[in-house]
Design a protein around this ligand. Sequence first.
Ligand code: NAD
Ligand code: ZN
Ligand code: ZN
Length: 350
Amino acid sequence: MEIPEQQWAQVIETPRRGVVYKQIPVQQPGPDEVLVNIKYSGVCHTDLHALTGDWPLEEKSPLVGGHEGAGIVVAKGDQVTRVGVGDHVGVKWLNGSCLACEFCCQSDEPLCPEALLSGYTVDGTFQQYCVAKAAHVSILPKEVPLDAIAPILCAGITVYKGLKESGARPGQIVAIVGAGGGLGCLAQQYAKAMGLRVIAIDGGDEKKEMCLKLGAETYIDFLRSENIVHDVQGATTDGLGPHAVLLVAASEAPFQQAASYVRPRGSIVMIGMPAHAYLKASIFNTVVRMVSIKGSYVGNRQDGNEAIDFFMRGLIQAPFKVVPLSELGKVYELMGQGKIAGRYVVKIPD
Ligand code: NAD
Ligand code: ZN
Ligand code: ZN
């Protein structure tokens, strides 16, 4: 296959000024890297944070965003033996890490101080040809549809890891806050597949319908509820609240409420990263109710393999809509307005 010199990409040329659909040069892979012809890429709310530049983390500029990319390896560096040309792979948020620090050695590679982040500190998947470290791409079985697997590569892995971090056991109840969004809809599917019972929290009837279809036992509309704490606890049979809360919303308010409705001994897992936000919880209640509050950040390579395996076994069927890469700007607009139920996936031109 011939690799062109120029390619189509969506580029953030100046932070906060939107994306420009244009031709840019195709990069060459380094010795430990692969060049992936991206076919589909999911659009994560993190991409919107990169666009608006609202996180306290410096990004590359100009930048090609995107980190849920599924495609085919078209070239590789001399040192690469793990994957070959023609293999189907996924490019994730964690584009690369040093593989030698304390965190990499303990399979906590997202915590690597030298981690490279796709679509943030290095160019990502909103382009036809993307470079990624060979050690970190996820190998995808050839029968996997590249559009449906794309959202698994960040959203799926992240919520699967978050559910494991919550410590919730089969039969227990998890509240998913932001359940109608990209991470939330996948979280419901993984939770169900892991034997958990789901309370879905989000806003509006479109998301309600979707969540109930995905298997949530209860839907609580944060736009209509007059008392979220009362409603969430009331949705559990004994009124004591959910065993775990997975916070995947990109706004601060629900983070303040979780400690008031989680069950004693329960855990609150923060995954969403609303900009400039802080968490406030009563110390007294957190202590005497023995509540755990923690953060969870994407997943390691094995979490990725396991999340993909759930998908391969037909357990994960979250809704997604496909639009051409040229329409990425419109997806950002809808996402900013909280109007996306499920995930958008962009089709990269052939
Ligand atoms: P999304 O926009 O698709 O979904 C967010 C959902 O939250 C929307 O459906 C919105 O209606 C809902 N929401 C907003 N306010 C709410 C409230 N008060 N109560 C309940 N729901 C509310 O976004 P996404 O792609 O799912 O990402 C969500 C967040 O997770 C972002 O901040 C993103 O950066 C972050 N994220 C974190 C990780 C990680 O590793 N920790 C990985 C991926 C994404
Ligand atoms: Zn993401
Ligand atoms: Zn490292």
